[in-house]
Design a binder for this molecule. Structure first.
Ligand SMILES: [Zn+2]
Length: 216
C-alpha cells in the first residue's frame, strides 16, 4: 500500500482542476507537495508525462536536495530545483504550484501593472516579477526563493509563467486561479481600449481590514 496515496489523490484532483481551467497544459506546469510525515521529503510531478494522463505511481518522492527516494522510470520535472528551493526556504509552505497561465504570463511579458480592480485583486495584493533565467537552474531556484521570502506567496517569471506557494495544495491552486482571473480582467479592459478603473484607496483599505478580520 502506498503510504502517500491520500496526498497523491489530492495532488491529482488539484492537477485535474488546474488542467481543466487551462492553467496547467499537457507539458507546461508542475506541482510539488511536502510529505505529511516528513518535512524533508516532497512529492513532485514527473518530467515529460502528458499531464492529463498522470497517474499516482508516476508522482515521484524525492528529498529536498532532489535525490530520488524510490525506483522509477521517470525523472522529476526539470523545474524541480525551483520547487525545492522554495520548500527549503519556507518551512511554513507545504505546496508549490507552477503554471503557464495565458493572461498572467502576458502580464509578465508585457510588464502591465497589477492593479486593485476588484476585491480578489486586493486579496492578491502585489504580484512581483523576476527576470527569466534558465528553467530549473540552481540560479532560478535561488532567485525565486528570494522573491518568495517572508509572506510573499506568488511571483511571475518574466517570459515564462507563475509560481504560487501556500500552506496546502488547495490554497496554492486557489491563488493561482485568482491571480489568473484578475490578470484576465485587466487584459480584457486593455483589449476593450480602456484603462481599468481601480478601487479608491479607502475601499482598498476597507477590503484589507475585512481580509485581516477573516484571517484571525
Ligand atoms: Zn514552467
Amino acid at each position: 500500500m502506498d503510504p502517500y496515496i491520500d496526498i497523491k489523490k489530492e495532488f491529482l484532483e488539484i492537477k485535474d482542476d488546474l488542467y481543466a481551467r487551462g492553467l496547467i497544459t499537457p507539458f507546461g506546469g508542475n506541482i510539488s507537495v511536502r510529505c505529511p510525515d516528513n518535512p524533508n521529503k516532497a512529492l513532485v510531478t514527473p518530467s515529460g508525462v502528458y499531464k492529463k494522463f498522470l497517474t499516482p505511481d508516476q508522482i515521484l518522492c524525492i528529498d529536498l536536495q532532489g535525490k530520488m527516494l524510490e525506483d522509477s522510470p521517470y525523472k522529476p520535472t526539470s523545474e524541480t530545483p525551483i520547487h525545492l528551493a522554495i520548500l527549503r526556504a519556507r518551512p511554513d509552505v507545504n505546496a508549490v504550484v507552477h503554471t503557464h497561465p495565458v493572461y498572467a504570463t502576458a502580464f509578465g511579458v508585457s510588464g502591465l501593472p497589477f492593479l486593485p480592480i476588484t476585491s480578489d485583486a486586493v486579496i492578491v495584493g502585489s504580484l512581483p516579477i523576476v527576470e527569466w533565467t534558465v528553467t530549473g537552474s540552481a540560479e532560478s531556484g535561488e532567485i525565486i526563493a528570494r522573491a518568495l521570502a517572508g509572506q510573499q506567496n506568488y511571483v511571475l517569471i518574466r517570459n515564462h509563467g507563475l509560481f504560487v506557494c501556500g500552506p496546502n495544495l488547495p490554497n496554492a491552486a486557489g491563488f493561482t486561479d485568482m491571480i489568473e482571473s484578475v490578470c484576465k480582467e485587466i487584459v480584457l479592459c486593455k483589449m476593450m481600449g480602456v484603462n481599468p478603473r481601480v478601487l479608491p484607496d479607502e475601499k482598498v483599505a476597507l477590503i484589507q481590514e475585512l481580509i485581516k478580520s477573516h484571517l484571525v
